[in-house]
Design a protein around this ligand. Sequence first.
Ligand code: GLC
Length: 540
Amino acid sequence: MTFKNKVIYQIYPKSFLDTTGNGIGDLAGIIQKLPYLSQLGVDMLWLNPIYPSPQKDNGYDISNYLEVDSLFGGMGELERLIKEAKKHQIDIMFDMVLNHVSTEHEWFQKALAGDKKYQDYFILRDEPTDWVSKFGGNAWSKFGETDQYYLHLFDKTQADLNWRNEEVREELVTVVNFWLEKGIRGLRFDVINVIGKDEVLQNNEHNDGKAEYTDKPITHDYLKELSRNSFGKYDDTITVGEMSSTTIENCVLYTQPERNELSMTFNFHHLKVDYANKEKWTIADFDFEELKELFHSWGETMSEQNGWNALFWNNHDQPRALNRFVDVKHFRETGAKMLAASIHLSRGTPFIYMGEEIGMVNPEFDSIDQYVDVESLNAFNELLETGKTEAEVLNIIKEKSRDNSRTPMQWNGDCYSGFSTGTPWLQVADNYSEINVEKELTEGSIFSFYQELIRLRKTMPLIAEGTYKGFEKKHSQVYGFIRTYQEQELLCLNNFYSEPTSIMIPDDFLEGTILVDNYSNTVLAKEQVLQPYQTLAILV
Ligand code: GLC
């Protein structure tokens, strides 16, 4: 099946729509909004985890892989969602968190109780290494009352599974097949490139162990095996692997169709271009040179070697891209469209994160009490310990917290933005009376721009399947590329700045037609002027 003309929409279920008034979004809420999603034109909905979970990491700490948490409406409601979505030609993508389980999962509990079989499901050592967990603190915690330690690359309530144990891999095949049999047709594999750990784990100079567990050759074997025993049997299934600190070479290998690993990969290099010294908890302007260089090298290499990228600006782990890459005060609408076109016209599968299609921005919380994410709260304390003032630390959290994108969806100008009648689990952004779906559909122009981009991908093989080549790579303001398919070519130009600029257009494109533009009345010229945040795509 070709997935190349499809567009995927990501829903953070806790924050989408609450139909019960308990302040937490639910599956009935998603069902209610299927007509809206269908109007947008998306093909698949990726739902962040909805399994039973103590919610220490918002569902990425799973305590039962084979259930739907009653918090979201339970299994019956999921079955109804799958069925109702089908009526709109929409499929459901599940989040498969197979690197770790909650320490409340039965397997970990049995291991703690002394069951040797289950102890071998985890990574236990007599001596911990000095690795730092991705959420701060040491990556090893004491294993119950024993003298051993268990590995957790994330929170201490998320114990890493031992993929070297064949029984673990068999259990996980059962999990994946269970959901496929339910009718789930998309699988998003959480941090899947860290499942293959070395046998000997050691201290190292970076205190992170990344080299001992990232993109190991054995991970490719595990993925092939998983595919063979589960999703590879269904040719209408789309898979995407979330890759932490990965390389192009590995992503080519993960996604070349003949290797039977995954359909596509997420990587995050382009969302680190505004980190100072590669550190997340810093504030810096984005480095446009680096951004372009990443887009071009990934775009071209994947194109030449037949790999496939997942394309995205936002997700539940990232602050809103509009705040990072656009002068959002003055150019929210224009900038939102430029960012959208710069990936929707590119080669790869675009993902839209809920609210992006109406130009949602960071909530600008002003007190640490408004944040709930474990990563932000840990960072807050750690940053204070480095000697920064509380105001400085709060400023950083404000820019960088994952809660920025997790605030409730803004449906209308009613109390709690129409998300819920009760107090939301995470505060609604104050700007909801300005930015909401109802307003966007009547007076805005971002939603309809997304609709058009999605329609183009569905109707033009050039956009879905064309090759990618960088254009004018040295330009100081414009990110440009050329897509080619048979006799057709598309030149896509994106001005990433609030000042106008100009760029020379090759002669053959001067005869072309404007396919996409976020300004009106543009006239093509040899020396083409691009307005602030203008996106312009010319077809020949
Ligand atoms: C991924 C998820 C993130 C989660 C982490 C641990 O990065 O996207 O939300 O905290 O994995 O499961």
